[in-house]
Design a protein around this ligand. Sequence first.
Ligand code: ATP
Ligand code: MG
Ligand code: FE
Length: 336
Amino acid sequence: IIILGIETSCDETSAAVVVNGRRVLSNIIATQVNLHAEYGGVVPELASRKHVEAIIPVIDKACREAGVELKELDAVGVTYGPGLVGALLVGLSAAKAIAFALGKPLIGVNHIDGHICANYIAHEELEPPFICLVASGGHSHIVNVVDYKKTVVLGRTRDDAAGEAFDKIARVLGLGYPGGPKVEKKALEGNPEAFNFPRVKFKDSPYDFSFSGLKTAVINTVHQLEQKNEKIPVEDICASFQKAVVDVLVENTVEAAVNAKSQKVCIAGGVSANTFLRQSLEKACSEAGIELFYPPLGLCTDNAAMIASAAYFSYVEKDFAPECLNAIPGLDLGER
Ligand code: ATP
Ligand code: MG
Ligand code: FE
């Protein structure tokens, strides 16, 4: 089964051709990061316009690189939420047009489901059930992946997402956008014990997260140092902040896996590209007798291969979308 995947939920225009949900023939990503860097974050209207320019060339390139003609496709899978509505609509319109012209099924994909499915591409033998930590620019979830198409959210952030916190801290420290990789790099030269930033734990829902207090604590620290005209120890702040985020991500994820008696943990989303997170989780999982899976860096952030993979698991259940499929900016996991 050959599926064309299309992803335009945020600031990456991406198209991919994937066989049976696991074998990637092509995965083209046109990123707009330089365009938005100037503003310190994604500007929705600019993103939509860039998607319009890029979408057809990106789809063309994905098919050419895969050596697949449109008529050889079995279905078209597309992200229809969550994301920026204008951005989503570009990919969705293209997917609908191609599916309709070919007379092939259209499959709507939840972007967060897509992030989880990146793990199926990376690990041919991986099967559910497993516990997945999804940490991205807009989401921080702990998910029980019961089956390919069945997910139960065990915990989520009550305010900021982990990636969002990385981006905001980077902005305050003048490191630029996107913040994750930049904070990670600075943290390598800093002392993670230099500052004791808060770690939030909820008694009633032990797998939930909160990162806004941490963000405020870091911002206050920076402002206090500025007022005293002291030099900002950027490396130490990055290292201490990163450790605070990673500590709670790791603790909650491992606790969820242990309580669910799950022997497998996966990570997904942009923050799962973070080496310190991978190393810390690797250590905690091995101590708990749990096997850890993660996608290669290129499949952690937004890409269409993961969307084509998720679409495949809908295809096998003949779970097709109607022609009137609309974008749902606030689509939740497990919702449709
Ligand atoms: P969502 O998937 O929730 O809709 P998104 O698609 O914008 O949001 P992703 O593309 O999955 O998010 O991930 C981007 C986020 O990942 C950004 O917040 C970025 O700072 C963060 N990120 C990327 N690389 C790293 C890294 N090495 N360390 C920490 N964070 C990172
Ligand atoms: Mg992005
Ligand atoms: Fe994403």
